[in-house]
Design a protein around this ligand. Structure first.
Ligand SMILES: [Zn+2]
Ligand SMILES: [Zn+2]
Length: 83
């Protein structure tokens, strides 16, 4: 069993990097699945405001909110969005 706490290793790590044994600090979270994402893996997308039951006063917002998604979720959420 590895110790959970080690000095200097308390940062949130990028999930996608972690699965390939890389260690990179996460700069954002995927809004869909909650993964930590580094700059390389985070996809910034300006989605239109989601209507219906969203618990913020959406009428005050004039444009889409910037959101971060992981690669997997981006392909699901962005229509026709694949590169
Ligand atoms: Zn990464
Ligand atoms: Zn995701």
């Amino acid at each position: 069993m590895k110790p959970l706490r080690r000095t200097g290793d308390t940062m949130l790590r990028c999930y996608d990097c972690a699965v390939s044994n890389a260690k990179k600090e996460a700069v954002s979270l995927c809004i869909m699945c909650g993964k930590g994402l580094c700059m390389d893996h985070a996809k910034r997308v300006d989605l239109p405001i989601w209507e219906g039951g969203f618990p913020v006063p959406v009428k005050m917002l004039k444009k889409g909110l910037p959101r971060f998604l992981c690669d997997d979720c981006a392909t699901i959420v962005i229509p026709g969005g694949s590169d």
